[in-house]
Design a protein around this ligand. Structure first.
Ligand code: ZN
Length: 496
């Protein structure tokens, strides 16, 4: 068997790593023959890589519509920690000439390593060929340019399953040999990373809402059996008269606690109310169908090119419901007068709508940004078997990791900056689809504005995290697609 190098992470480390985790393990070296080794280096790296197909430009700069494409890529090394595990520290100072290395007889060797994962990314400009932008043309030329834009914020989560963007974390061990005729051996070990959450705002009791006003059109048919006489009399059957009668106007309201923060595998705290604008008793309404999609928007940048990739992830597709609106479970004396007669649908009917484990939390890094919205489509009718009208609701939500930060970190954060800023209350209505949006001048029953949810995530200062203990408690698996674990060499443009 030829000599081999492998990376073994200690079993007590969580399979899903997060900020402040201490990653320990060994580099295992199996030597089948005597080798002279100058160094064994272990690195913990994170790489955010984007790849966009862009039109080829003529030398004049003109672009034709059907022209062939070229791939433009941009790579940021968002995490880079290095540790030399061989020669051992106690021997390093005795070596007069490091390039000569140390000779090891055949056998199995273990060299321990230990890394503490930081909170924030650090895309420092490195020398050499890391942090470069590559243009790959069909001539096989790679022209490298340094990215000019960096974001300094919480380390982004692992990202896989997309063509245009990936974020991979891995350990890499390199065995450097003394002989220039012997190849250095390298081994990669992918790891899955899920960052800690930003500090959560204290519960405020405020509700976030999206509303639509709606009115059923009840259809009545009058069938006349009179047979007409005359030239065409035999050709005519009974006549039908169809009339449309407008029903009562009512408001449908989709609500969540404010700010709307969702976590994969946890229930979505969605409530649906029916009420009247004037506060009187609303008509009975049937929920017949319900569709919930998580709209995932990824903004991908590769130098001057940008692309927005939007994917709708189905969380619920219920087609055969027959859920009648019932009097609200909230005590009437705690409601404002205009909501005293509000009705609601039984929230247990959509309890199975849960964001799957593989969904990363929202994030922003140098060349990739991920955001979320929830699209809730309700199929409503005024009878349990009458025509179904579809009412769509679309609103921005936060998807967070589900890993709360250590309390000491939150305390330091809030001591330094006070509480998170909350949005001020203005009214929002839905903008597309069937049904009329409620008049924007109408007084809101709740005082939160989803648009006022802070756009940029609050981040922790690296210095405040330097003394924080690692995060304890269970973590979700955060499963990745198979391509997460392959082709790590291609991402790693460092040849040492
Ligand atoms: Zn960067």
């Amino acid at each position: 068997m030829p000599s081999q190098v492998s990376i073994e992470i200690d079993k007590r480390c969580s399979p899903t790593l997060t900020c402040l985790d201490v990653v320990t393990g060994n580099v295992r070296l199996d030597l089948s023959s005597t080798e002279t080794i100058t160094a064994i280096v272990v690195k913990l790296e994170g790489v955010a890589h984007t790849m966009l197909a862009v039109p080829k430009k003529k030398p004049t700069g003109s672009v034709k519509a059907n022209e062939s494409k070229r791939l433009m890529t941009e790579t940021h090394k968002i995490l880079y920690i290095s540790q030399t595990v061989f020669p051992p520290e106690n021997l390093q100072e005795h070596l007069t000439n490091r390039s000569e290395g140390l000779t090891l007889p055949p056998g199995r060797y273990f060299y321990p390593f230990e890394f503490r994962i930081p909170i924030n990314n650090k895309c420092i400009e490195t020398t050499g060929i890391t942090n470069m932008l590559h243009f790959k043309s069909n001539l096989g030329l790679d022209i490298s340019r340094k990215p000019t834009h960096h974001v300094h914020t919480t380390l982004p989560p692992s990202l896989s399953g997309m063509e245009e963007a990936t974020i991979k974390y891995f350990l890499k061990a390199t065995v450097k040999r003394a002989s220039m005729f012997r190849m250095n051996s390298r081994q990669y070990h992918p790891v899955v990373f899920l960052p800690i959450e930003p500090p959560r705002p204290a519960p405020s009791g405020r509700q976030f809402f999206v509303r639509r006003q709606h009115q059923f059109r009840s259809v009545s048919q009058t069938v006349s059996t009179t047979v007409r006489r005359g030239l065409f009399g035999k050709m005519r059957g009974p006549s039908r008269t169809v009339s449309m009668t407008p029903g009562e106007e009512f408001i449908v309201e989709v609500t969540m606690p404010y700010p709307p923060i969702l976590v994969p595998l946890e229930p979505i705290p969605l409530k649906i109310y029916v009420l009247k604008k004037d506060g009187s008793e609303p008509p009975k309404v049937f929920l017949r169908q319900m569709r919930v999609h998580l709209v995932c928007t990824t903004r991908v940048a590769a130098h001057e090119y940008h692309k927005e990739v939007v994917l709708g992830l189905p969380l619920l597709e219920a087609r055969d419901l027959s859920v009648a609106s019932k009097r609200s479970s909230r005590p009437a004396d705690q409601l404002p007068p205009e909501r005293a007669h509000e009705a609601e649908f039984d929230a247990r009917k959509w309890a199975q709508a849960v964001i799957p484990d593989m969904v990363p939390p929202e994030f922003k890094t140098c060349n990739i940004e991920r955001k979320y919205a929830l699209e809730v489509t309700l199929g409503l009718s005024h009878l349990s078997n009458s025509n179904v009208d579809e009412l769509p609701f679309l609103f921005d939500v936060h998807v967070w990791s589900g890993i709360p930060p250590p309390q000491s970190l939150v305390d330091e954060k809030s001591a330094g900056q006070g509480h998170l800023t909350e949005g001020t209350g203005t009214y929002m209505d839905t903008t597309a689809g069937m049904g009329d949006a409620v008049n924007a001048a109408a007084p809101p029953p709740a005082d939160a504005d989803p648009a006022a949810v802070p756009v940029d995530l609050p981040t922790y200062d690296e210095a405040t995290g330097s003394h924080a203990a690692p995060v304890s408690g269970p973590r979700r698996t955060f499963g990745q697609s198979p391509n997460y674990y392959t082709n790590l060499e291609e991402l790693d443009n460092e040849k040492s």
